[in-house]
Design a protein around this ligand. Structure first.
Ligand code: NAD
Length: 329
């Protein structure tokens, strides 16, 4: 294709995106197609939905294949890039599906690395800021090893990702595979599920309904939120490079959960009050990426201010609700 993503001497013409029918995966598929790259999306629809890629179905360069990457991965034809994004990602999902989460992080990563090896493709792993656990270093640089409780409830996700990072690194050092690891921090935007349990869709849904917003603990714990467009651009910069990483991809714009809740009430023009619920076990107290490495290696930094990203996200959720209401009659 005329203008695929150029990675060193090689052009990326055809990419495999696992988890491509999910929130981040669907935006990645869309952006790759936009850049002239053919996309094979592998997804078992565990937490994703064909609705997320419905608008891509007619595109001649797009194919959705329903399959579980923990079973076996086979893709006919050449592949230049494998983006491994399959995994339950919201705490509600991975606490409900602990074994599936551990399997996709271990067996799924093994199989997709095998695919990259077979095709001589670049491999990019979607890791997470959760590898830092409840961090004792703030903000978190990539050389911080983290503070994770392997036998706590969140261990199923955090340790699956830590294992997948180790496996990816081993394939690079022992098999010569061109691998890259991105540690993604909290990302938000259109196509998040309203009921996935993450704070932003939950707060927006509650505010639009006029119900009280449920802030965990006293709301002083912080998160750094990155708009999906910025995250996807950073991931594609990493895919187009030959860097091993890990590289943090996130917005250093840090805010407390209470601030976030108040902001969403304001943006939705809601009359909702703010209520408090129990803090989940092992909930990280702070979270903020050190993005120096992404700036130096990839010349990447987020550009969408949170006020703008949140406004776009609120507008999308409001439009979805109107559509559902219209369909219900
Ligand atoms: P998501 O749940 O919307 O998407 C995950 C997708 O993976 C879904 O479509 C699901 O059906 C698919 N999937 C799960 N198990 C599978 C399997 N065994 N075989 C095939 N497909 C499978 O989640 P998301 O927020 O889009 O996250 C995507 C990736 O990015 C995940 O690996 C997640 O850990 C990582 N990540 C996301 C964030 C974020 O803020 N969204 C932050 C850090 C890391």
């Amino acid at each position: 294709m005329a203008h695929g993503v150029v990675r060193s001497a090689r052009e990326i013409r055809r990419a495999v995106v696992t988890g491509g029918a999910g929130f981040l995966g669907s935006h990645l598929c869309e952006q790759l197609l936009e850049r002239g790259v053919e996309v094979v999306c592998l997804d078992n629809l565990l937490t994703g939905s064909p609705a997320n890629v419905l608008h891509l179905m007619e595109h001649p360069g797009f194919r959705l294949v329903r399959c579980d990457v923990t079973d076996y991965v086979h893709v006919p034809g050449p592949v230049d890039l494998v983006l491994h994004f399959a995994s339950p990602a919201s705490p509600l999902d991975y606490l409900k599906m602990p074994i599936e989460t551990l399997k996709v992080g271990s067996l799924g990563t093994l199989h997709t690395l095998g695919l990259a090896k077979e095709k001589d493709a670049r491999f990019v792993l979607a890791s997470t800021s959760e590898v830092y656990g409840d961090p004792l270093v703030h903000p978190q640089p990539e050389d911080y090893w983290g503070n994770v409780n392997p036998v706590g409830p969140r261990g199923v996700y955090d340790e699956a990702k830590r294992f997948s990072e180790a496996l990816t690194t081993a394939y690079r050092s022992s098999q010569g595979i061109d691998t890259g690891i991105v540690r993604i921090f909290n990302t938000y935007g259109p196509r998040m599920r309203p009921d996935d349990g993450r704070a932003i869709p939950a707060f927006i849904g509650q505010a639009l309904d006029g119900r009280p917003l449920t802030v965990a603990g006293d709301g002083s714990q912080t998160r750094s939120i990155c708009y999906v467009e910025d995250t996807v651009r950073g991931i594609l910069e990493m895919a187009a490079s030959t860097h091993a990483g890990p590289v943090n991809i996130g917005n250093p714009d840090e805010l407390s959960m209470l601030e976030l809740a108040r902001w969403i009430v304001q943006l939705t023009g809601s009359e909702s009050t703010i209520g408090f619920i129990d803090l989940p076990v092992d909930d990280p107290k702070v979270r903020r990426p050190d993005t120096t490495r992404a700036e130096e290696l990839l010349a990447w930094r987020p550009s969408v201010p949170s006020a703008e990203g949140l406004r776009r996200t609120v507008d999308w959720f409001a439009a979805q609700r109107e559509d559902r209401a219209a369909q219900a009659g």
